[in-house]
Design a protein. Structure first.
Lengths: 274, 197
């Protein structure tokens, strides 16, 4: 069976509907990915056509939240880019987290919780979890429920386990999970001082006094103007000399002279507030 | 000199070359990149299956032999002629409108990220009839659907002759999916791409 494909006109009509009915403006999102995400939702519900999706959105308002979750792109696995997490555990956190001073990490836009739980393990393994508070942002209640369930898709388990070895984990990866096989879940109690924060597309709700923002492979779904706008918002939430980590193949361009970052680690895409 | 480049650009029927294959077609890609002239007028995209966790090494190995610069593009990077671009590990590489790359971490397609199908079909949308698509040796059917999209948009489709492939699954699937323009051995592919310059 060939995958479902919708046209550019269908995609634009859905964008218009989301703006008019729900005041969610996706016009600054990459059209190619968005089109694929809409197709994903259509396929998941056996709807076949964009029109059926549009009708469902209009007539069943409770569907919208689930739809937001389905069109959001999950992180691919746990410990993606193992060398980054090793650097955080062995060098970055021990240097940045000063005894007696709280340290605040913000992960905007969690969808599947892979980066969040990876961070929990890293903090646990460097013995600094008690000193750190985490704010995890989410777009839809369905995403929050998924993250809180502690589920990790079976198809991500193999690569995550391999990554954990490359990160040179201090324990056995399976020990961070409870239950067996398909019922295996993350030990979410590992995440100390965690707050969830619901936000909209423009990140209007932000935490205050942040020392580190982990925002990897999210701005690849934005156009350049919107990326610039969001990085300015992140800049404002950061404490002086705070850090921002983006994806390996993302660049934070110096578009706003007053709110710029400097690249402090090129291999792992770590930026620092200027 | 500038004038000459300008005329060449206009003379060429095509605006980009997209090549797909698995890691096993590495030697063929080396042969192609080392044979192209230094002032090659088109961008060459390489969507190759590769290990998800190995970030470095691949582009460096290609660069040693290539006559044109090879890099793994950043998201939103502008596409330039005369350069080869390798899809980065664990990302899908899309050709976006506005002559730019767009990277994605969406789920694998045909167990692959980068997915050859996605690179080819987005390039087909961006370049339409001005694209040359080449499918090389590979171990799964990824690329077949993408090459079909290239054909549907009026682009030119080349498949490496399955008889000379190390693994012929990918090329045979591509030949089944669409009526291709040429079935070539490696030297024929190289010569054809050189003639575009």
């Amino acid at each position: 069976m060939e995958p479902i494909e919708i046209g550019i006109v269908d995609t634009r009509n859905l964008l218009k509907l989301l703006l008019e009915e729900f005041q969610y403006d996706f016009n600054d999102y990459s059209l190619i990915s968005l089109k694929r995400r809409f197709e994903n939702s259509i396929q998941l519900h056996n709807m076949k056509f964009a029109d059926i999706l549009a009708t469902r959105l209009k007539e069943d308002k409770s569907f919208f939240d689930l739809f937001l979750h389905e069109i959001s792109v999950e992180s691919t696995e746990m410990f993606r880019d193992p060398s980054l997490w090793r650097l955080l555990r062995d060098e970055f956190f021990p240097a940045q987290i000063i005894p007696g001073r709280p340290f605040h990490i913000w992960i905007p836009s969690c969808v599947s919780g892979d980066e969040l739980f990876t961070l929990g393990i890293v903090l646990h393994e460097c013995g600094l979890a008690d000193q750190v508070s985490i704010t995890a942002g989410y777009l839809s209640d369905a995403s929050l429920a998924y993250i809180q369930s502690g589920a990790l898709k079976l198809n991500k388990m193999e690569i995550s386990t391999e990554n954990y070895k490359r990160y040179q984990g201090k324990h056995v990866f399976a020990d961070y999970f409870q239950g067996q096989g398909a019922n295996q879940t993350r030990r979410m109690d590992l995440l100390k001082n965690l707050k969830y924060l619901k936000h909209n597309l423009s990140l209007e709700e932000v935490p205050k006094g942040v020392d580190l923002v982990i925002f990897r492979n999210r701005m690849i779904y934005y156009n350049q103007n919107f990326s610039d706008k969001i990085s300015a918002i992140i800049w404002e939430t950061l404490n002086p000399a705070g850090h921002l980590i983006v994806g390996i193949k993302e660049l934070v361009l110096p578009s706003n002279v007053a709110k710029t970052f400097r690249l402090v680690n090129e291999n792992e895409s770590i930026y620092q507030k200027k | 000199m500038k004038m000459k480049v300008f005329i060449r650009k206009n003379d060429c029927m095509y605006r980009a070359v997209m090549i797909g294959g698995s890691a096993g077609s590495f030697q063929v890609v080396i042969k192609i990149l080392s044979s192209l002239p230094r002032n090659y007028p088109l961008p060459v995209f390489l969507s190759m299956h590769r290990l998800k966790h190995v970030r470095s090494g691949f582009v460096e190995a290609l660069s040693i032999k290539s006559a044109i610069p090879v890099s793994e593009p950043f998201d939103k990077e502008q596409i330039k002629p005369g350069k080869a671009y390798l899809a980065p590990a664990n990302y899908h590489m899309y050709i976006d409108l506005g002559n730019r790359f767009s990277l994605s971490t969406e789920p694998p397609v045909n167990h692959s990220r980068p997915s050859i199908d996605l690179s080819f079909s987005t390039a087909a949308m961006a370049y339409r009839s001005k694209l040359v698509g080449v499918i090389l040796s590979g171990a799964n059917k990824d690329g077949a659907l993408g090459l079909k999209k290239v054909k549907e948009q009026g682009g030119l489709c080349i498949v490496q002759d399955p008889k000379v492939c190390d693994v012929s699954t990918m090329t045979e699937a591509a030949l089944q999916a669409t009526q291709v323009d040429h079935v070539f051995n490696v030297d024929q592919i190289v010569n054809f791409l050189i003639k575009l310059s």
